[in-house]
Ligand binder design. Sequence first.
Ligand code: AMP
Ligand code: GLY
Length: 426
Amino acid sequence: MDKINILIIGSGGREHAISKALSNSRSSDVLFAFPGNPGILEIATFADIDLSAPHTIIDFCKEMNIGLVVIGPEQPLSDGLVDKLKAEGINCFGPNKYAAQLESSKSFAKDFMKKYDIPTAKYANFSKNNETLAHDYINSVKLPIVLKADGLAGGKGVVIPETYLDAHSLLDEMFTGKFGNAGDKVVIEEYLEGEEASIFAICDGNDFITLAPAQDHKRAYDDDKGPNTGGMGAYAPADIVNDEILEIIKNQVIIPVLEGMKKEGNPFIGCLYCGLMIKGNEVKVIEFNVRFGDPETQCVLSIFEGDLAKLFYSASLSKIDKSAVRNIAKSYSCNVVLASKGYPTTYENGFEITGIEKAQNSDTTVYQAGTKIKAGKLVSNGGRVLGVTAQGETLQDAINKAYEGVDQICFDNIFYRKDIGKKGLK
Ligand code: AMP
Ligand code: GLY
């Protein structure tokens, strides 16, 4: 294929990793980014567009001859950006608004799974109009249970109450707006035991290819304690997803999603993120996301070999070219998120960051997430600030190198988990 110009939308560590892989792709020409971050904008050109005014994106794509738009985060996908761009003949890697409901509405996703026989936890959906029924339901089931705000909540809308009292008050908090409109509906589901893994399937509506399985660390503190976050670190490949488990995931989860979405008239194009609970040979879906996961992507793409631009482009045209992938896992990788103390609730920003250059080498990359330039200096500007991602021959090697990188980096209020990857060493 001819080289194409690409526009990537997003500003996190995920988009930094995707940008790096795209800019290293043979099929990519000029890479543009919006809004980007200081790390992304070292390898991409800033695109002067406004997400809330889609005509600015359409005009930009036409003027710059953009062959592909890659949308990183869930919000623009669930707002229907793909539908608007495609209506103007602009190619996108990402699902349309209907298919994006697999992430933007947990009740939609649960009903979809039930309809297409995809294994998941038993559940019931409630809206705030039938609050009493929801409380009665809690009283009728055994703990532990899981309460999930229906809408997008940045990975923070899921709680696992320890007592019935907590369950009732957490439900009240959701219904009274703790997560804004996202909590107008709540899914109450059975608690699943097992080990978690994330699988990314690059989908073209009919067919797909999976990338290296990864394991995220969602809780804020070591030993999986503390509140849920967007993710504090990851490693890949996660060996818990062996060949047999992968076949189960393909047959029981990914293929039924693709078939189901086709039947609903909205073929799924983009990255289908399957968040899974694995116990023995049983796989259940915890959640779907309709985009790459962060920080898992930083691991998955740092060990990927191939032409990512070609893979995305061919998938966007519903003709996935699997030969664009040479190797999904040339080694192991480990990512440690450097966050601001207080994340995922409140934290201070604006502290100077040093040591990135020293941390980086041929095996280690520091991806930027919550950063900005202030008075010529790189400063912290978010809950998750950086992701230090290293590769190694073994998982232990990748972990060691990631933490060697972490040791080089300083900013006030730095906070990170010390046990990333440990679960995979068994
Ligand atoms: P979600 O946003 O749905 O992925 O949920 C965030 C995290 O909460 C998951 O990664 C799990 O660690 C946990 N979780 C969610 N649903 C369940 C469940 N049914 N059983 C056990 N843990 C869950
Ligand atoms: N790391 C979890 C997510 O991206 O949703």
